[in-house]
Ligand binder design. Sequence first.
Ligand SMILES: C/C(=C\CNc1ncnc2c1ncn2[C@@H]1O[C@H](COP(=O)(O)O)[C@@H](O)[C@H]1O)CO
Length: 292
Amino acid sequence: MVPVSAHDTDEQPGHTTDVARDPEVRPDEKPASRAPDAERRSGPLMMRRGKVPPTTTDQRLLDRGQPTDWLHADPWRVMRIQSEFVEGFGALAELGPAVSVFGSARTRAADPAYAMGVEVGRLLAEAGYAVITGGGPGAMEAANKGALLGGGTSVGLGIELPFETGLNEYVDLGVNFRYFFARKTMFLKYSHGFIVLPGGFGTLDELFEAVTLAQTRKVTQFPVVLMGTGYWQGLMGWLRDTALAGGMIGEDDLDRLQLTDDPGEAVAAVQAHEMSDAAAEAAGATGVERPE
Ligand SMILES: C/C(=C\CNc1ncnc2c1ncn2[C@@H]1O[C@H](COP(=O)(O)O)[C@@H](O)[C@H]1O)CO
């Protein structure tokens, strides 16, 4: 008899036409042996006679002639997604206090927002924070450059895009992701605060992801500082006059966003928040976990 439980094995013992039904076994393969005394062990399984597959698991693993459609199937994608989390957690777990700086990939070096990004990166590094960016060009590059100038850890979480740009030259620790959602988890899990420079859809997406998780208390309350009053005032006005006035957000949601042009003030806001967190912890307040 063949045991019913088939955990941790890719053998398919439950079928009488098992050889043909095993997705790993090519239909043209003949059974290894149908001899009455044939027997195969595979992990916890024991197979005899017609249940013996024609090849071993190792042979199938090493066989170069197999079809490759599984490469594009969801179960395989799940493995790749899992590996992104494993690599990301492995690379960042011991980073120490870090702040994410978001901002446009299109900011040019001559733009005042670029200089602001460099200064913010530098001051964060000098204050002991690792600087995490998307690792791309523009504002991301500026913040990474500043982190390097300030003698801090300069991290880039890159993303595979159709128009490949690669990690900017100021990234010292880079992790490249295929999936936006895995990458976003890293920003949120390892950041003690967010500083947001002028940006487009990507920046807005990252900003509102952070704010939503704070609003729904999925993460510890962290500071979100918008840098560039001229750039953000329109959005802030709309949030206040339309979203808040319409009851779609609360006063405290709006208060979560701080606005400044001064890099020193932005970094001080992160530090002040850390200190109030530490004081609350000392007083025994229970925080909300960062995302697992
Ligand atoms: C557009 C160009 C390159 C894009 N390369 C990027 N590399 C890494 N991260 C990126 C890139 N583009 C967007 N991001 C992420 O979104 C935010 C910026 O998006 P925005 O729409 O430009 O505001 C940024 O924080 C990244 O995390 C070639 O110029």
